[in-house]
Write a protein that binds this ligand. Structure first.
Ligand SMILES: Nc1nc2c(ncn2[C@@H]2O[C@H](COP(=O)(O)OP(=O)(O)O)[C@@H](O)[C@H]2O)c(=O)[nH]1
Ligand SMILES: Nc1ncnc2c1ncn2[C@@H]1O[C@H](COP(=O)(O)OP(=O)(O)O)[C@@H](O)[C@H]1O
Length: 197
């Protein structure tokens, strides 16, 4: 088969990687959808990001995130260990590069759950990444979910809702939108997209 150009992608041209990016406003249900998909299909690989955010109750280091301090995050950037990173609502988040590239080189589907800025960066460097936007059924429902989760202080919720307005306005930049009405339905649709050639 003829090799195709992948622009600046670090992936060798003879590999057909399938990278799916899931983005959407805070509180829309990204983590819930991904957790459900993985409970049904534990073989699906999800990148674990590094973050300077403090763990929420129940979050485990190396499972939900690699929780690092500012100095460690600076080092990850300086050493080129992040595929992309962004600041979101006062904390930094980044995707460890090596693990993602290893999976892609092995031809396995890879899922990143990252913010809009990260999705844009991935689009620039990996031209066949599939960008999926998770949308709330309504603005009121988004506010209800984010507030109802009960994990953020009111001022943090305000910051996240401000960011949500920007994220919702960028929906058209994505390849596909899934509306998170039913977690089970969305998880099924997301997996189907990930497995599409
Ligand atoms: N760019 C980027 N964004 C990330 C990464 N990991 C998580 N995020 C995003 O950072 C935002 C905040 O994440 P988090 O604090 O866990 O809150 P939650 O997603 O609302 O539960 C969300 O939009 C995540 O998708 C990453 O590695 N890179
Ligand atoms: N389809 C849904 N219907 C009702 N509530 C939902 C749905 N999906 C997620 N939630 C709830 O919304 C809140 C935010 O979900 P979460 O997965 O933490 O969002 P995100 O990861 O996008 O910030 C949680 O309390 C979760 O239980």
């Amino acid at each position: 088969m003829a090799a195709t150009s992948r622009g600046t992608s670090p992936v060798p041209p003879d590999v057909r990687p399938r990278l799916t990016v899931l983005s959407g406003p805070s509180g829309v249900g990204k983590s819930t959808v991904v957790a459900h998909m993985r409970s049904v299909h534990p073989e699906v690989w999800l990148s674990v990001s590094a973050t300077t955010r403090k763990p929420r109750p129940g979050e485990r280091n190396g499972v939900h995130y690699f929780f690092v301090d500012d100095e460690e995050f600076d080092k990850l950037i300086a050493n080129g260990e992040l595929l992309e990173w962004a600041e979101f609502a006062g904390n930094r988040y980044g995707t460890p590069r090596r693990a993602v590239l290893d999976r892609l080189e092995a031809g396995e589907p890879v899922l990143l759950e990252i913010d809009l800025q990260g999705a844009r960066l991935v689009r620039q460097s990996m031209d066949d990444a599939r960008l999926v936007f998770l949308a709330p059924p309504s603005w009121e429902e988004l506010v209800r979910r984010l507030t109802g989760r009960g994990t953020e202080a009111p001022e943090v919720i305000e910051r996240r809702l401000d960011a949500a307005k920007v994220e919702l306005a960028a929906e058209a930049e994505f390849d596909t939108t899934l509306v998170n009405t039913s977690v089970e339905d969305v998880a099924r649709e997301l997996l189907a997209l990930m497995l599409q050639a």
